[in-house]
Design a binder for this molecule. Sequence first.
Ligand code: PGA
Length: 249
Amino acid sequence: MARRKIVAGNWKMNKTPSEAVALVEELKPLVASDDVDVVFCVPAIDIIPVAEAVKGTNIQVGAENMYFEEKGAYTGEISPAMLVDAGVKYVVLGHSERREYFAETDATVNKKVLKAFEHGITPIMCCGETLEQREQGVTMDFIRQQVKIGLQNVTADQAKTMVIAYEPIWAIGTGKTATTEQAQEVCAGIRACIAEVYDEATAEAIRIQYGGSVNAATAPELFAQADIDGGLVGGAALKPDFGKIVNYK
Ligand code: PGA
């Protein structure tokens, strides 16, 4: 069975609650689609108003992070139950910005992935190499490590339902999209890694997105690749362009 495409916007630290609602109202008619899953991953404080604003549409709400404990003395953190209660279906985990600025590691990403599954939230687990790693020829070694550690103790049945986002760090927010060949090559490599860790059926089911300066012009070719099942979109997710990316065909 063909994998259903999934296009997720990663709003990052943009939009106040009232701005978020205005953006949803603007994008709503543009992102309507019968054959692509559409997710708006928004700042925590925007989740409740956005969940309200998307009611009755095809848009699903995602979070940009989550803590791996149930509750308690973790000042400033957001628990999985809080996200579920607010209507969140997806959570971005291990984004390179969280790894770089907030000390996320493969091990903490793994704890969060497991916790998300426990609560029925679908993880969008991010991986991706630096420019230096690409130049040194260790891209795939590095990504295989991120993926394998991130998936420790995740069952095949769980892995089948999740999303992995391949985001080369040098392509994020730089306007420098990976070439279609580079993106497809790594996404195929990730799928092969999943087949090794689990089996072919799991590798065939898991959805792998490309992310990094995706825009309306680059999406059609990227999303047409055999192993690219959609995109994780930053900058262009805040603009009408996002509608064109969702409706890339
Ligand atoms: P970008 O961000 O599309 O602005 O490059 C992608 C991401 O960081 O998820």
